[in-house]
Design a protein around this ligand. Structure first.
Ligand SMILES: *Cc1c(COP(=O)(O)O)cnc(C)c1O
Length: 355
């Protein structure tokens, strides 16, 4: 049976990415060796690293003065690298969920943290909009897509201080104005590549402004100066990322990806909104187009487990909500085809009819 992969991360990759990666595991760039067993300093791999940076710049229209880094440690390591490298006295953070909280916790190790607003009291069902970012903050940190709660900030905010954004789960789902940000980072395993590589888009001017000593591996400058080759980079995930980026380019770039993502999300939200037994959890205007969160209406709550089993029987994988939220979460990343959304909607309708 065909499987429909709605996992939140690691998550679906395109056939293109999987096939090209599998080929390179057997024979990389005609070397007769596997990409798993060749030097990262070989000319064949250096070309991959160059292409990764170049495709990021092209697809996201990244202006001059920015570097794109590929490092290990996941987005979670960026929670500390950002303040390590950028926080002088005070930083502002927006608390929109679990990941934002983890970022806030790390920043507090480095200075004053002003949490300008939080939607915690409402179980993070919306993105706060009424807040003031202090003009003397070194930066304002946001999580553009709240993977666990299914809310999203789908525009580049206008604030008087530099923005820093965790875009782990919505990078390449819309055009962004990179010039508004000092740092954009994310783990690759949501919308780009297998787990193991973290991308960091960093403005060169933002670096070198803090007085503290920064451990070599946690210093952005180390990686920026060496083209992400200071130490052995996560070779295989970077190779896969390049394949995904080539595929994105072939499809027509981020504007086209956004159109496709919006169409998938609109269809699923419509089905949820017109359902008698399911209901969405996120505030309508803040709904994520990447992670669609929904639950059973209270009077049907006991059917949750049944629906999970029913969905599995249809080849629908990974729709169980995050353990901290419950219910269901359908992740609609770029590589997920509309066909899978149609299968999920059909299953929801059939289940509703049976109950
Ligand atoms: C998954 C996720 C993370 C954590 O990423 P790791 O690479 O596992 O550290 C952080 N932020 C967001 C928004 C995420 O979706």
């Amino acid at each position: 049976m065909k499987k429909h992969n709605f996992y939140a991360g690691p998550s679906i990759l395109s056939e293109y990415t999987l096939n090209k990666t599998a080929e390179a595991i057997k024979d990389f760039a005609g070397t007769g060796l596997s990409i798993l067993e060749i030097s990262h300093r070989s000319k064949e791999f250096t070309a991959v690293m160059d292409e990764a940076e170049q495709l990021f710049k092209e697809l996201l229209d990244i202006p001059e003065g920015y570097k794109v880094l590929f490092v290990g440690g996941g987005a979670s390591t960026q929670f500390c690298m950002v303040p390590y490298n950028l926080l002088k006295t005070k930083a502002a953070y927006l608390d929109t969920g679990t990941w934002a909280n983890k970022a806030i916790k790390e920043a507090k190790l480095f200075g004053e943290v002003d949490v300008v607003a939080s939607s915690k009291a409402d179980n993070y069902t919306y993105v706060p909009k009424d807040y003031v970012v202090p003009a003397d903050a070194d930066y304002f940190h946001i999580t553009t897509n709240n993977t666990i709660y299914g809310t999203e900030i789908r525009k580049d905010l206008d604030v008087s201080v530099p923005l820093v954004a965790d875009m782990s789960s919505d990078i390449f789902s819309r055009p962004i104005d990179v010039s508004k940000y000092d740092v954009i980072y994310g783990g690759a395993q949501k919308n780009l590549a297998p787990a193991g590589v973290t991308f960091v888009i960093v403005k060169e001017d933002a670096l070198g402004k803090v007085d503290r000593a920064i451990p070599t591996m946690l210093n952005y400058k180390t990686h920026a100066d060496k083209g992400s080759m200071f130490n052995t980079p996560p070779v295989l995930p970077i190779y896969s990322a390049v394949q995904t980026l080539r595929w994105y380019k072939e499809l027509g770039g981020v504007k086209k990806l956004e159109e496709m993502d919006m169409a998938k999300a609109a269809k699923l939200y419509d089905a949820i909104d017109s359902s008698k037994i399911f209901v969405g959890t996120a505030n309508e205007e803040d709904r994520s187009i990447m992670n669609v969160c929904f639950v059973m209406k209270p009077e049907y709550a006991e059917l949750e487990k049944d629906f999970n089993e029913f969905a599995s029987s249809k080849g629908i994988m990974g729709i169980k909500g995050h353990r901290s939220v419950g219910g269901f979460r359908a992740s609609l990343y770029n590589a997920l085809p509309m066909e899978s959304v149609d299968v999920l909607i059909a299953a929801m309708k059939e289940f509703e009819k049976n109950h």
